[in-house]
Design a protein around this ligand. Structure first.
Ligand code: ZN
Ligand code: ZN
Length: 468
């Protein structure tokens, strides 16, 4: 019997040294500095090269796929077991107390951008594989540890990898939380487009309306430019409206127009209730004024069907599934300029039992205006689920329970991980229950003890999945 935790602990110093060497590389997507050789910029390619160099040093066979993805391989057999990690990070952003790319250890925590998403967990899974190799344990399958370098944006790396390299038969991504993520909702964005044609002049008229920066984020701020009379009063009314609804208002009069701004709270679109959508609140406020015909239709549509409708009930798309839970809807990007084609982008996370085309039709039916159309924006991702009866899920949960003494259970999320690229793919660790989720935040950290515990769990789990 292998004492997995003892094996992981014995390698702690080496693991931290290797991990820090990767955390020191700022590997955010950096297209501005892209070259033919480094299509995602220098950082992601450098972090990938460093990871592959570590594996080569340890005697693994590696492959670099065009500097956008890579593989560390081990073992032989018919089936391919896949591990799926990523070497890119989200931008550091403001609010750090230390240099995000100079890792610091404080109170047992390793603090750096990427420590918990995903370089720390990815290195834990790498050391798990290294333990299996160094102990000379029997392996009856091919193990392909695949590293992407664009997981936080467009998945360019992993998509290219799957085009030119074999897809594993089953596997997991160490890029979420324990006990397991074996289901992910479908993700699709819908664009409402308002064709020009309605009157844009009135005593008070809407010139511009804008809110939201990303399709997957609840907008924190919203701005509208209105022209007409009694602009002072409009500013005062907005201040009162904001106070009643826990938002912050600003009104700035310039000549014959007023710039109205509302600030709410940003959040991940997978749970719109965690945020306060500044866009729909500003539309609600404006819908209570008398505007020009086109402006009025725009703000009324938002306030009638999109405001405080995180479950899509008003929009007519509500759907619930026993296993995957409720559909969520988050209107995240608003663009309006008087007289132009204007739009609202709605991000929807949907459980099994409905689909993107059906949702599109339902939205179109609900809004039912001759000049408004609804289209699926970009590529819709289907819901993904691996049954709790699948030996992959059973094995991972059994190892987790054995090593932690904690109950294992299935979990479905509204986010998207690399787990979904394999039909039999899940996400497994490395955030433990009770730990705060600090991914994408300033001062991101991972407890060193958790990195070591995860390494031990991964080692036993991988071994159980590939042994003869
Ligand atoms: Zn990640
Ligand atoms: Zn991430």
């Amino acid at each position: 019997m292998v004492d997995w935790l003892k094996e992981a602990t014995a390698r702690q110093d080496d693991l931290l040294k290797d991990l820090i060497s990767i955390l020191e590389i700022p590997s955010e997507r950096d297209i501005e500095h892209a070259t033919a050789d480094q299509p995602l910029g220098p950082g992601p390619a450098k972090a990938l090269a460093q990871m592959l160099a570590i594996a080569e040093r340890d005697g693994f066979v590696t492959k670099n796929v065009e500097n956008v993805a890579g593989r560390v391989q081990y073992g032989a057999g018919q089936e391919i077991f896949g591990l799926l990690g990523h070497m890119d990070v989200v931008p550091a952003g403001p609010g750090w107390q230390t240099n995000p790319y100079q890792p610091v250890i404080k109170d047992g925590n390793l603090i750096a951008r990427g420590s918990s998403d995903d370089k720390g967990p990815a290195m834990a899974a790498y050391y798990a594989l290294k333990i299996i190799k160094e102990l000379g344990l029997p392996v009856a399958k091919q193990i392909h540890y695949i590293f992407g370098t664009d997981e936080e944006s467009e998945w360019v790396g992993i998509d290219r990898y799957l085009e030119v390299e074999p897809t594993p038969d089953f596997g997991f991504s160490p890029d979420a939380e324990f006990p397991i993520i074996n289901g992910e909702k479908g993700i699709a964005s819908f664009k409402l487009t308002f064709a020009p044609g309605l009157t844009t002049t009135g005593a008070t008229s809407l010139c511009r309306f804008s809110s939201g920066i990303r399709a997957n984020m609840v907008p924190q701020t919203a701005t509208a430019i209105v022209k007409g009379h009694d602009l002072d009063q409009l500013g005062t009314a907005l201040t009162n409206f904001a106070a009643e609804n826990d938002l912050v208002a600003d009104a700035e009069i310039q000549d014959e127009q007023v710039i109205l701004t509302l600030t709410g709270k940003g959040a991940h679109a997978q749970e719109p209730r965690d945020g306060v959508n500044a866009g729909t609140y500003l539309a609600l406020f404006l819908s209570q004024q008398t505007l020009d015909e086109a402006g009025q239709q725009y703000v009324n549509t938002i306030s009638n069907w999109l405001h405080l409708d995180s479950r899509g009930k008003k929009l007519g798309i509500a759907h619930h599934d026993e296993l995957m839970g409720e559909l969520t809807a988050s209107p995240d990007i608003f663009t309006y300029t008087a007289g132009q084609h204007n739009s609202v982008l709605i991000n929807v996370r949907y459980p099994q039992g409905t689909d993107a085309e059906r949702i599109r039709q339902q939205i179109a039916t609900t809004i039912a205006a001759a000049n408004v159309t609804c289209q699926i924006d970009g590529h819709a991702q289907e819901p993904h689920y691996v049954s709790g009866d699948d030996p992959l899920v059973k094995t991972l949960l059994a190892v987790y329970e054995r090593q932690t003494g904690l109950p294992g259970h299935e979990q479905v999320i509204g986010g998207g991980t690399y787990g979904r690229i394999l039909e039999r793919g899940v996400a497994f660790g490395a955030q433990f229950p009770g730990q705060p989720n600090v991914m994408h935040q300033a001062n991101e950290f991972m407890p060193i003890a958790d990195i070591i515990k995860a390494t031990a769990i991964y080692a036993e789990a991988i071994y159980e999945l590939v042994r003869p």
